[in-house]
Design a protein around this ligand. Structure first.
Ligand SMILES: Nc1ncnc2c1ncn2[C@@H]1O[C@H](COP(=O)(O)OP(=O)(O)OP(=O)(O)O)[C@@H](O)[C@H]1O
Length: 610
């Protein structure tokens, strides 16, 4: 199998490794092969339906199984298998290379992972011995809308619920929950239900810190639902559509946590927020500064491609560090960033951060933080391949999902109109030109359009092509200096240059005002990346449009794309159906892969903003 050098592949920040792959422009078989490589071990074993076969051996049965129902036995089997695989991964039998690297660089983390896996296995076996269903079965029963009980709400941990919120009629709370389809999966439910913080005035913060919310009418659903739990100190997985305000969801409790500490305990880095790209780190930093400054807290942004010294100096005074993993580990290694007091840890775009390329760097960062910490993971996409790994970093996390998506299926923002055109690979540039002429002419000539390519060289070529045709265009990808990347993004954000050609370095998190249209010239490596790319439009309750040019080279991803389209009630072209509906799910190296067929029953749910 021919492999491309990493440098040819779309670079995420700080040169974190992406899976190597090859995809020759016109040879469809090679293209297919490369998709497989890129999606890391995408096997066609239905490991969910037949875990024993996927394992290559029978799963052992304990005597306790006799007491369980068939469904419970199945769940128990899955749980044991998961625990075994987690242990195997931590032991290094699942992935020697990963483990060797981990052992060399981060012995403590490996030990901690082993301990966590042993603990998880013991707990599951104990549950079984008690005649209870396994964790996976229990999870189903735990999933419930929040705060539907009639009981008055009380504080949990340090969080004291606002009196006015506590006095609201239950019917108001129920109406909010129903409208926004919130789901909570809490492995250790509080004695009383926590009500969502449906109004900024219910936030337990100083008046002087409320100014940042003046421009918003109400918290978004993910903010309302997560804040009570985060203010109570709970670990959290928060899943909500792109552009739904997740930054403030983790940012507000971050500032509240530090500012509520006694002054002598506030010194040093108390919180660390990790992001996959430099531009996203800067954007999170900007939002955190607005929240932290009125509280008298300092924030620093640490990312590669720019001089270290100012960052090192700022780290000495900072309470909150927003960082990309490479540069942060660099500073940790030199002893200039001390995370030993960082008790609030956030992985934004968490599934990406736990992906193969970043996993080791994240382990290193987390191993520097105290054991007693609050760990948060936020994302719009939460594939099964990262969930087990995520749990090794957290302590009984609450999982909050917004939208009718209890199992965490891949969902796009339903306010984005998605059009997919199946085209001949050689016709892509001409079609792109037609689209630009159509959507950026007359009174729309200044409309912002974001064009995504897969490769850095492709992005350069497309940018030049568009410029030659007379459009004002900029570019952003890993081969550009940080200065150029920042300048292109700023010009696009400010509207001086209405067209930006980007690789997936711009796919996640970037909040660019009023992007009218996203065009995918080449489909990304995963359907998750597709959901994030198109999520650059239709933000904060607005409508958006995404047009995707899909070719036979992308057919390995047709099933996943069809699922995303159907779940959002979007049209599925017949030409796309012809490529097949099988979904090859990406598997984590340590935790395997599986596939399932398209679910034609999926329904969309609209999340509304007040
Ligand atoms: N309560 C609110 N009401 C209205 N708009 C809000 C609210 N909170 C945040 N926003 C705005 O919504 C936009 C999107 O927020 P943010 O970037 O945090 O989304 P996100 O969920 O992190 O998106 P992504 O998944 O793409 O990273 C921002 O412009 C932000 O200012």
């Amino acid at each position: 199998m021919g492999k491309r050098p990493i440098s040819d592949v779309v670079a995420e920040d700080d040169a974190i490794v992406k899976p190597e792959f090859s995809r020759k422009k016109s040879k469809k078989d090679k293209s297919e092969k490369s998709r497989k490589t890129a999606t890391t071990d995408a096997t066609e074993i239905d490991a969910h339906a037949h875990p024993e076969e996927a394992n290559g051996k029978s799963v052992e049965h304990s005597e306790d199984d006799e007491k369980l129902s068939k469904a419970e036995r199945k769940a128990a089997k899955m749980a044991r298998k998961e625990a075994k695989e987690a242990k195997k991964a931590a032991d290094g039998t699942g992935n020697a290379e990963l483990s060797a690297a981990a052992a060399e660089q981060d012995e403590d983390t490996v030990k901690a992972a082993k301990k966590a896996a042993r603990k998880a296995e013991k707990k599951k076996l104990k549950d079984l011995a008690n005649g209870e269903a396994s964790e996976s079965a229990a999870a189903v029963s735990r999933v419930e809308p929040i705060a539907t009980s009639q009981e008055p709400v009380v504080e949990s941990g340090e969080y004291q619920e606002n009196n006015e919120l506590a006095q609201l009629p239950q019917s108001d709370i129920d109406a909010f929950l129903t409208k926004n389809v919130m789901t909570i999966d809490d492995p250790k439910p509080a004695a009383r239900k926590l009500r969502p913080i449906t109004n900024f005035k219910y936030l337990p913060i100083e008046e002087s810190q409320r100014a940042p919310f003046a421009k918003f009418s109400a918290p978004t659903p993910i903010q309302a639902a997560t804040w009570p739990f985060l203010l109570s100190g709970r670990d959290m997985v928060g899943v909500a559509e792109t552009g739904s305000g997740k930054t403030l969801a983790f940012g507000v409790p971050c500032v509240r946590f530090i500012s509520s500490l006694p002054k002598d305990k506030r010194r040093g880095i108390k919180a660390v927020i990790v992001s996959p790209t430099r531009e996203l780190a800067v954007q999170i930093y900007d939002q955190l500064v607005v929240l932290a400054t009125p509280a008298g807290l300092q924030v620093v942004c640490v990312y590669g491609g720019v001089p270290k010294d100012p960052q090192v100096a700022a780290c000495r005074k900072a309470h909150i560090v927003v960082a990309t993993p490479g540069r942060l580990n660099d500073l940790i290694g030199e002893g200039t960033a001390d995370l030993s007091k960082a008790e609030y840890v956030v992985l934004d775009e968490a599934d990406r951060m736990l992906d193969k390329g970043f996993e080791e760097a994240i382990r290193q960062i987390i191993s520097q933080t105290p054991k007693k910490r609050q760990t948060l993971m936020f994302t719009a996409t939460w594939p099964p391949s990262v969930r087990e790994l995520a749990s090794t970093f957290m302590n009984s996390p609450v999982k909050i999902t917004i939208g009718d998506n209890v199992s965490g299926e891949l969902r796009a923002n339903v306010r984005i109109k998605q059009l997919v055109e199946v085209v001949d690979p050689r016709a892509k540039e001409q079609r792109l030109l037609q689209l630009l002429k159509q959507y950026q002419s007359g009174k729309n000539k200044d409309d912002r359009i974001l064009v995504f390519c897969l490769y850095k060289k492709e992005a350069m070529r497309i940018e030049n092509f568009i410029r030659m045709k007379g459009f004002r265009v900029g570019g952003i990808h890993g081969d550009l200096s940080q200065e150029k990347r920042s300048a292109s993004l700023a010009a696009f954000k400010e509207g001086q240059v209405p067209l930006l050609v980007a690789t997936d370095v711009a796919a996640r998190g970037l909040d660019i005002p009023a992007v009218k249209l996203v065009i995918n010239v080449t489909f990304p490596l995963t359907a998750e990346d597709y959901v994030h790319r198109i999520g650059r439009t239709g933000r904060a309750g607005k409508e958006g449009l995404a047009i995707t040019l899909f070719t036979e080279h992308d057919k390995g991803l047709s099933g996943s794309l069809i699922n995303v389209l159907k779940a959002a009630n979007q049209p599925v072209p017949d030409d796309l159906m012809k490529f097949g509906t099988t979904v090859k799910k990406k598997g984590h190296d340590a935790y395997g892969a599986f596939y399932k067929d398209v679910d034609s029953m999926k329904q969309a749910t609209k999340i509304t903003f007040d």
